[in-house]
Write a protein that binds this ligand. Structure first.
Ligand code: M6R
Length: 364
């Protein structure tokens, strides 16, 4: 049931502090400051390359994971949407690890890719939310998310739980590769453990975002910008908005704007900039200023320091809790989801059952 919430989507957004904590419990030994040991039947130290395959929002979780796997474990990652991967004759070295990410565990494109990878001699790891699903059954290494049933067609809590699992997996892979000191492991466990409280802090912006939605609802196009591990969030923000509000939206890597898309900017285009404090902040802000100089209406999502440094000239700002860059994609998913939700409500669309879409896509 929806409880006191107007839609399943809103309920599921608000469940995230609990379900992310629930998911992390499987992968972290918080008190010991350690990662939980990986299942014995998988030798992470021998993984030389990871191939990630998924669709939609699950694919964007995989894109974030590519940054983490490469940064922490120094393992090269190939990533593709399942429908392209399956039919492009991908190169897979015998014994490689293929990682599939799916809420439902039934998506036909992803399942076809999984079976193709198995036939090509890959070990199959699956991050999946439905424990009884086909993909869960076909996995060598099952990495469950504990988001609970997700009813809204727009994926929300499954996404943040996928990110939690993938961050822990990246750290486990780094440890297996001898690239993580005990001190660093302890630090990563601590940062990840802080995610549920930080999500709570982000949820406190629900009303502020609702107020903002009125200014976005009339727009014809909306752009989302981010960099590094927060770039996939820009793609996710745009997908969420398209799916449930039917407003045309695109996500771009912030630095790519000046190579073409900036031609779209005028004062009728809201631009959502996702820019947590961190090593990429200054670069993102200079891309944002290029947009502002052309009349773009910027909504800046950052933390207190980021808003202090760059909030001037924005039509709106949203102040997230200050978090370590590792968990920023998890925390910044919240305002992106809430924004899409409130814009859709303002437009009066069927939020939980958007037109032309099904919760689980079982045809290729
Ligand atoms: O169940 P899956 O995670 O495999 O589903 C993949 C996509 O169909 C799904 O994420 C879709 O993009 C959502 N409607 C996004 O909100």
């Amino acid at each position: 049931s929806k409880g006191n919430y107007r839609h399943f989507m809103l309920k599921e957004i608000h469940e995230q502090p609990i379900v992310v904590a629930q998911t992390l419990r499987t992968y972290l030994r918080r008190l010991e400051g350690e990662l939980a040991p990986p299942p014995e039947d998988i030798d992470l130290a021998s993984v030389r390359r990871v191939t990630i395959v998924a669709c939609g929002t699950s694919f964007y979780a995989g894109m974030v994971a590519k940054y983490w796997f490469e940064q922490f474990a120094r393992v090269p990652v190939d990533i593709d949407v399942a429908s392209e991967f399956r039919y492009r004759e991908p190169i897979m070295e015998e014994g490689g690890l293929a990682l599939f990410i799916s809420q439902s565990g039934e998506t036909a494109d992803t399942l076809a890719a999984l079976r193709h990878a198995r036939a090509s001699g890959q070990k199959i790891a699956v991050v999946v939310n439905v424990p009884t699903s086909t993909m869960a059954r076909e996995a060598d290494l099952l990495l469950p998310t504990h988001a609970g049933p997700e009813i809204g067609v727009a994926s929300t809590k499954a996404f943040t739980c996928q990110l939690a699992v993938l961050a822990a997996l990246a750290a486990s892979l780094a440890r297996a590769k001898g690239r993580l000191s005990q001190e660093e492991e302890r630090r990563i466990v601590r940062h990840l453990s802080e995610a549920p409280a930080a999500i709570n802090g982000a949820l406190a912006y629900d009303e502020a975002i609702e107020a903002l939605a009125a200014t976005i609802a009339p727009a014809r196009d909306v752009l989302y910008l981010g960099r590094g591990p927060d770039y996939p969030l820009a793609l996710e923000g745009a997908l969420k908005l398209k799916e449930i509000s039917y407003i045309h939206a695109e996500g771009y890597a912030a630095g790519e704007m000046k190579h073409g898309p900036i031609a779209l900017i005028d004062d009728a285009v809201p631009v959502v900039v996702i820019a947590p404090s961190g090593p990429l902040f200054d670069k993102t802000v200079s891309n944002m200023q290029e947009v502002q100089a052309r009349g773009g209406q910027v909504i800046l999502i950052s933390d207190y320091d980021g808003i202090e440094a760059a909030g001037e000239g924005c039509v709106a700002t949203l102040t997230m809790p200050k978090v370590h860059p590792l968990i920023a994609p998890i925390v910044y998913a919240i305002p992106v989801q809430l924004l899409a939700y409130h814009v859709a409500v303002a437009k009066g669309t069927d939020v939980d059952q958007p037109r032309n879409l099904a919760k689980s896509v079982t045809v290729e």
